[in-house]
Design a protein around this ligand. Sequence first.
Ligand SMILES: Cc1cc2nc3c(=O)[nH]c(=O)nc-3n(C[C@H](O)[C@H](O)[C@H](O)COP(=O)(O)OP(=O)(O)OC[C@H]3O[C@@H](n4cnc5c(N)ncnc54)[C@H](O)[C@@H]3O)c2cc1C
Length: 388
Amino acid sequence: MNLIRASAGDEQEALILQSVDRFLDRDVRPVVHALEATDTYPAEIVEKLKTLGLFGATIAPEYGGLGLPASIYAKIVERMSAVWMSVPGFFNSHLMMAGAVQRFGTEEQKRRYLPRFASGELRGGVALTEPDCGTDLQAIRTRARRDGDHYIVNGAKTWITNSVEGQILAVLVKTDPEARPPHKGMSLLLVEKGPGFKVVRKLEKLGYRGIDTGELSFEDCRVPADNLVGTEEGRGLQQVLNGLELGRINVAARGAGLARACVQESLAYAQVRKTFGKPIAEHQAIQIKLADMATRAEAARLLVEAAAAAYDAGGRCDLEAGMAKLFATEAALENSLEAMRIHGAYGYSKEFNIERYYRDAPLLAIGEGTNELQRIIIARELVKRHPA
Ligand SMILES: Cc1cc2nc3c(=O)[nH]c(=O)nc-3n(C[C@H](O)[C@H](O)[C@H](O)COP(=O)(O)OP(=O)(O)OC[C@H]3O[C@@H](n4cnc5c(N)ncnc54)[C@H](O)[C@@H]3O)c2cc1C
């Protein structure tokens, strides 16, 4: 039974979040330490995510998804990230791929793919980044050349989440490398694993472990022309950027969850750890840290909520999503360092969660557009919305 679907129909947010909390307490919390330490792919957790229906969280119900608004989706991600940040990674980039098909695909593509994406039968993500470029996506070199009713794909992608264990990816390619500006020659192709699609290796990472991140190569990989998202070449970058808004809200929600977890653990620890005859929570230096951490976590949560509300209201929300992403991820970074200071040597210990938060947090400042890029986006949007 799809546990979340039963309650989503009743529009009972509280019930949905209760299901998520039960799943986290029963299936994630007890195993996170062992799986993270060994960088083990958590196959059972992925199966549970399927049962919860989360691979279809934002896919429309007519295609088998839950059709959740961003506001509820962000709360689910925030809760999961406070326990293990890798868990929402299994469905975030997967849903960005699904979102591109849902918004820009043909009806035939939607019927062919969305129900299998929603059930988790076909899982994957988006492959944009290449060895030579991440932020500057117009510089990609992966080429798709039309050959009758197929495209022949050649090139390399790297840092691709869900690419080792997943079965399909939305791959950003150049269909016309001579086009100017370059984005007019960029397209999005749904590429299923098969001949010519090779996982070169699984990448070793500082944090965000358990989830698979791969380096890929495409060598004369034949992809049916029907797998071009939409009907026209040259729309790929726009299709991808459109999905990044929800992706950024997701990353922001992860930051808010991580920042909150750091506060909760530090608050508990500071009341039991004693120095000079009193709990460290009574030392002013620690009080200042706790106050700043809690304020940052709460501000992060509110910015995520505002960005999700703007997304649900329709239209573009680059400004809100960018601000939430920037602030909440920096909050996670700062709080993880402060949590380590508060925990002293135990923060540095592999036996406590703090060192994991400290290793997980930096990814948030890089993924879904670096925080340097977020600042550029925010400033551009401000000028656009407030012309002199
Ligand atoms: C664990 C992990 C998972 C990932 N998963 C995926 C995935 O599923 N799919 C995918 O496609 N990619 C994925 N990525 C890649 C990620 O999206 C890129 O790392 C990110 O976009 C940054 O690109 P880059 O690393 O090439 O850095 P670069 O683009 O080389 O940037 C290097 C530095 O320069 C700065 N910079 C760049 N341009 C400017 C500018 N114009 N102004 C100011 N500063 C600038 C950047 O902010 C950064 O500090 C993942 C990365 C990691 C670490």
